[in-house]
Design a protein around this ligand. Structure first.
Ligand code: LMR
Length: 393
């Protein structure tokens, strides 16, 4: 039986991680997978996470199952963190999931159960795994224009025009903040226009928010999600704690489903059912760490302060890189790097030039020219700028 298997297409982000590891050159620079690294190249355990883990280790007296939806206390703190007061609690069904990817997967499965004919409209480009998982679960994806390769900002007119062609009941997948892979984001006026279109055409909003706190701040980054959830009839929100709590390997995510007309208890029961079919109980450790931090004012303040340091360090690197490129290229054409937000910027060049930078200078970025800004430090910024200019980007 197993001999019938054919090789699956490689995930380009994970393939790049492997290629980087195998490169023996000492000066290589990893701008691939979306993992935060400090100036010393480490992905540290955040202070508040260490403290929460210490408390859990001391106090936890059972490892028995929690519940199919995870711990309700976790759902409550995550709902408050992401949605704030934008929706009445009784309208929200929520389940803990294995990471943000688990939440995305469960969201797609929920769509499939509710309306297998729905098309899911995704930005062009989007996180490649969105398209890959949609295909795997058997939902049709349709790309809408998003990244303007000239300005390296959002092609908003194109986006509205394409979404205007969506049919009633279709799903519009949006990145809540810090768009992955481009780094180009809508402003709140544009978000309002998208909300109006969703309402006009009776579409379903789905938001993937994996980088809250990495863009303009914890509250700022949640504004778009809250605008959507307070204004549309049906919304799915997939959240991740991997990045903003730095607990990547703990697989800590949440899926929230909000509906104006459905019975929340029935939606909740469907979410629990999907968890049971796919993996039964969701992982608990990361969720418990997050709940401990968000429920304790002092720990929460310390976590928010450290997250803010992370955000500001990425912003500083963006500014330094834009400035360095201005000097080395003698032009302003890379100014967009300081305007983009979050972990990534897509510089908008060809896979051939990305490959040239890898071969000539040991710079590893995804073939679509996405670079992880957090993979840089003050010493590697000029090296990257030189590689970009030398490659003729
Ligand atoms: C990324 O886009 O690099 C991250 O979200 C990690 C992943 O799983 O791809």
């Amino acid at each position: 039986m197993l001999s019938n298997l054919k090789a699956q297409p490689a995930d380009k982000i994970l393939a790049l991680m492997a290629a980087y590891r195998e490169d023996p050159r000492p000066g290589k620079v990893d701008l691939g997978v979306g993992v935060y690294k400090n100036a010393g190249g480490l992905t540290p355990v955040m202070r508040a996470v260490k403290e929460a883990e210490r408390r859990i280790l001391a106090e936890q007296d059972s490892k028995s199952y929690v519940g199919l939806a995870g711990d309700p206390a976790y759902s409550n703190v995550m709902i408050e963190l992401i949605l704030g007061e934008s929706v009445a609690r009784e309208r929200i069904a929520a389940v803990a999931t294995p990471g943000g990817t688990g939440a995305v997967r469960q969201a797609f499965e929920l769509i499939k159960l509710a309306n297998p004919n729905a098309k899911v409209h995704v930005s062009n480009p989007t996180w490649p795994n969105h398209v890959s998982i949609l295909k795997y679960v058997g939902l049709e994806s349709v790309a809408y224009r998003y990244f303007d390769s000239e300005s390296r900002g959002v092609d908003f007119a194109g986006m509205l025009e394409d979404l205007g062609k969506a049919s009633e009941g279709d799903v519009v997948l949006l990145h809540g903040c810090c768009h992955n892979p481009t780094g180009a984001n809508l402003n709140l006026t544009q978000w309002q226009q998208v909300v109006d279109l969703i309402n006009e055409k009776n579409l379903v909003a789905m938001i993937d928010i994996a980088y809250q706190g990495f863009g303009d701040g914890l509250e700022e980054d949640a504004k778009a999600v809250r605008l959507v959830t307070s204004s549309v009839a049906n919304a799915l929100v997939a959240g991740s704690c991997s990045k903003n709590f730095g607990i990547y390997r703990e697989r800590t995510g949440i899926l929230m489903a909000i509906s104006a007309d459905a019975e929340t208890s029935v939606v909740q029961q469907n979410l629990n059912y999907l968890n049971r079919q796919n993996f039964s109980f969701p992982p608990d450790h990361g969720a418990r760490v997050v709940t401990t931090i968000l429920s304790d004012p002092a720990l929460r303040a310390d976590w928010a302060a450290e997250l803010e340091e992370v955000r500001l360090s990425m912003l500083g690197l963006r500014e330094q890189l834009a400035e360095e490129l201005r000097e080395q290229s003698g032009s302003d054409r890379f100014g967009f790097i300081a305007q983009h937000r979050g972990m990534f910027s897509q510089i908008g060049t060809t896979p051939e030039l990305v490959e040239k930078m890898r071969a000539d200078s040991g710079i590893y970025m995804v073939s679509d020219s996405r670079m992880n800004i957090a993979g840089l430090n003050a010493q590697t910024v000029p090296i990257l700028a030189k590689a970009i200019v030398d490659a003729g980007v």
